[in-house]
Design a protein around this ligand. Structure first.
Ligand code: FES
Length: 141
């Protein structure tokens, strides 16, 4: 059974990243934007309140079922502890700390201690970044 205090990032179908646990969100300068036990972050690239989801994924027609493979999955003893999420300007969300990444139905999951998650909506390896933000002209702080 999953520990309720454990860090998790859940991929909402056609929607945001639901991050739960001991979350600290920082900007590129390292300034803390938020410390909380839950935050919903945009992964469609269309929010007007970046890095947060504002529901715009619906109007944008964002589609992603949240099914994925993780070539860099790790096996961690625990996913409890600080999870730092850094918002990279015009690019990805960088994560550092133990976390389970999972589809909404839990069928797809992997553990990570670091990684880069897509927030432009164009990666071919969602939820992970594949540098598509450079090709699609993603221009959001
Ligand atoms: S995922 Fe909700 S606005 Fe982008």
């Amino acid at each position: 059974m999953a520990d309720s205090k454990a860090n998790s990032i859940t991929l909402k179908v056609d929607g945001p990243l639901v991050c739960r646990g001991e979350i600290t969100l920082v900007n590129a300068a390292g300034e803390v934007l938020l410390k909380d036990s839950e935050v919903w972050l945009c992964r469609c690239g269309e929010s007007k309140k970046m890095p947060f989801c504002d529901g715009n994924h619906r109007q944008a027609g964002f589609r992603d079922a949240g099914e994925f493979e993780d070539e860099r999955a790790e096996t961690l003893d625990s996913c409890i502890g600080p999870l730092l999420i850094s918002v990279k300007p015009n690019a990805m969300l960088s994560i550092k700390g133990p976390v389970t990444i999972q589809s909404a139905d839990g069928r797809f999951h992997s553990q990570r201690s670091r990684g880069a998650l897509c927030r432009c909506g164009h990666s071919g390896k969602k939820p992970f970044c594949d540098a598509s933000h450079k090709r699609c002209g993603f221009n959001v702080d």
